[in-house]
Design a protein around this ligand. Structure first.
Ligand code: PTT
Ligand code: SF4
Length: 610
């Protein structure tokens, strides 16, 4: 096989063993890599109904045929597992030297199972895999952990670790790398903690066999140059994703005070231009020439890496309009190893619950000191923090009353940073995303606002599906960063050329789309298998707030979504996908995608249409 190593490393933490596995070529051609490998491995190897925090759960670090081969933005890694936050498929796509090193050590994926008896570090160097005592690192935050390990191993070693949030099984803990890349929103760090795995260190020294290495070298040089020619390149380097704050404010979709409003009176204080005034440098993933991590000095004079989502969810969404203070909260999140989106959402949920008298604790919007204390309580699961550590869906059940009306999640994953009172298509993107309410699979809000935000028509569902195939399917399977493609505009043809040079195979757009559809449909089947008779179409409906509580501020005052129209759009979406009225793929759809065996298995868990 060219382009893939054809090899997985299976690691058993319970018995301190590792086994090198050769996988079948058909797996690569049908599922490509990254998210495709992860979904298929979880489907095939994880028993239905497995407790995500049990030793049996699998933690997968997966790469694709474009990862780590000198191409622009190819230092990315999919981290996947059955999610302890949602109970369904979970993953994240993070930048890390670990991505390159896994490939150079000779593997396309690491599959970790079992649970170490005491805290450990896994150290992989090419064909060796050792299990090292991590007792002295347990209890340390992710920055301290990486710093200690960095001193011991080479500067180019791939290191990922968890902070206290992962150790203490906070359900939205992430896996952290390079002081600020954090991946696996739906609790991938939690799964790592449940396995007593503090960190993973990977060192690879082998070349990756490519079909056309000379062509690849030239393509990489050309690709980097092409990125530099994109018209918005220099502004991107200045602000990265932070330029989104102003756009969202102008279009009333800036999450504000628990998604109650879409505009924030202090938006200017937290936007990209304010960030530029305190910015000290750029940081990013390996092999990237458009690094988007904005490093600023926080309120304590420490470095913190800001992106749009972090700033908004820990800023306007919790009523805080001081960027340096937001940067401090963001740094705390990276150190403890929380997902900033879920963290901002659960704090906002607690604030609104406090305001409405559903809980007795007093937590005011924007109260910086109270928020800092609450974040620490969540990390150590103390008092109210213990309830919030379970995520917003479970916290709403615990708080009771009508708190579910302001619990902002889909399928248990907290909504990422786009308010959808005025954006039904983006709401559908959240409703149908393959990990719960995250924008990674589709981001159609700018298109939607330009082309007609009020419509719920079939064209919107069609556009969304196309977007999901590229973002949620193709880029997650190539396993490279999608930012050169969108928003910078590096055409898809580049990736087709990269794939040819890597694997020697032709990848037409139709072939890429079919692989993506296969992956996303298998993930859908996975959710249904795990939810069993709890599965129903309401799980694809976004939070009640967007349908019930109209905006009361800004130029879209009075806007809210229409539930009947949303349901019609959802039915259209299902019908284009070949799914039934409950969102269950039909047998014929699975068969068409080569998933006939999966159809037979799925039928044991749910009624299926022909
Ligand atoms: C991603 C999610 C995002 S999406 C952001 S900001 W974004 C938040 N970042 C967090 C953070 O930082 N620290 C923290 N403790 N929690 C955080 N949670 C949030 O996590 C990320 C970039 C970004 S920045 C985006 S959009 C793009 N996402 C990609 C993707 O999903 N696929 C892909 N092929 N390429 C992508 N490129 C971009 O990568 P998750 P990262 Mg993160 C401080 O991982 O789980 O997918 O959640 O991975 O290395 O930080 O890169 O405006
Ligand atoms: Fe990483 Fe940003 Fe570069 Fe993408 S653009 S590879 S997220 S630094």
């Amino acid at each position: 096989m060219k382009g893939w190593t054809g090899t997985f490393l299976k690691i058993d933490l319970t018995n301190n063993k590792s086994i090198i596995e050769q996988y079948q070529e058909s797996l690569a051609s049908n599922f490509l890599g990254g998210r495709g490998f992860a979904a298929k491995i979880l489907w095939d190897r994880l028993k239905a109904g497995t407790d995500p925090l049990s030793p049996e759960n699998l933690l997968i670090f997966a790469t694709g045929p474009l990862t780590g081969i000198g191409l622009p933005n190819s230092g990315k890694l999919v981290i996947a597992s059955k999610s302890p936050l949602t109970g369904g498929y979970g993953d994240g796509n993070t930048g890390s030297w670990a991505a390159l090193n896994i490939r150079k050590a000779g593997y396309d994926a690491l599959i970790i199972e079992g649970k170490a008896h005491t805290p450990v570090i896994i150290h992989i160097k090419d064909k060796t895999c050792e299990f090292l005592d991590a007792k002295d690192l347990w209890g340390k935050n992710s920055f301290e952990t990486e710093e200690k390990l960095r001193k011991k191993y080479s500067n180019l070693a791939g290191i990922v670790s968890i902070g206290q949030a992962g150790e203490n099984l906070v359900r939205f803990a992430t896996v952290v790398s390079q002081e600020g890349r954090a991946g696996g929103r739906p609790g991938m760090g939690t799964v790592m903690g449940s396995k007593n795995l503090k960190a993973l260190v990977v060192e690879g020294t082998q070349p990756i066999t490519l079909a056309y290495p000379q062509e690849m070298k030239q393509l990489a040089i050309d690709g980097y140059k092409e990125i530099l020619t994109k018209p918005n390149y220099s502004f991107w380097k200045r602000q990265g994703t932070m330029n989104t704050v102003d756009w969202c404010q102008e279009n009333s979709c800036l999450p504000t005070r628990n998604f109650k409003e879409g505009v924030f009176d202090k938006a200017e204080d937290i936007n990209g231009f304010t960030m530029e005034k305190i910015k000290v440098s750029n940081r990013g993933c390996p092999q990237c020439n458009m690094t988007c991590g904005n490093i600023v000095k926080d309120s304590e004079g420490k470095d913190s890496e800001l992106d749009y989502e972090n700033v908004v969810m820990l800023g306007s969404n919790i009523g805080l309009g001081n960027l340096k203070q937001i940067a401090t909260l963001n740094r705390m999140a990276d150190e403890y190893g929380f997902d900033t989106i879920s963290l901002g959402s659960i704090i906002a949920f607690a604030m609104e619950s406090s305001q409405k008298g559903v809980i007795s604790e007093k937590i005011d919007w924007g109260d910086f000191e109270a928020i800092k204390a609450l974040i620490t309580d969540i990390a150590y699961k103390r008092g109210l923090g213990a309830v919030l550590a379970e995520g917003v869906r479970t916290a709403a059940k615990t708080f009771g009353g009508d708190s579910n009306n302001w619990a902002m999640h889909v399928k248990g994953l907290e909504v990422s940073a786009y308010d959808c009172h005025t954006a039904p298509g983006m709401a559908l993107a959240y409703g149908t995303s393959s990990i719960g309410a995250h924008h990674k699979d589709a981001w159609i809000i700018t298109w939607e606002i330009q082309t007609g935000k009020d419509s719920y028509n079939q064209a919107k569902a069609e556009y969304l599906i196309k977007n999901q195939l590229i973002r949620g399917g193709a880029f997650e399977a190539f396993t490279v960063c999608r930012f050169p493609y969108t928003p910078l505009g590096l055409q898809l043809e580049w990736y087709q050329k990269y794939l040819k040079a890597s694997t020697g195979q032709d990848f037409s757009i139709e072939r890429i789309n079919q692989i993506s559809d296969r992956i996303l449909t298998l993930i859908r089947a996975y959710w249904i298998r795990e939810y069993g008779n709890r599965w129903n179409r309401d799980l694809d409906v976004p939070p009640p707030r967007w349908f019930n509580d109209p905006l009361t501020e800004g130029n879209q005052k009075g806007s809210k979504l229409d539930l009947d129209k949303y349901q019609t759009m959802l039915s259209n979406y299902y019908s284009i996908k070949g799914w039934d009225e409950n969102g269950v793929p039909k047998k014929s759809t699975l068969k068409k995608l080569g998933l006939q065996n999966e159809a037979i298995q799925l039928e044991k868990h749910v009624k299926m249409k022909e």
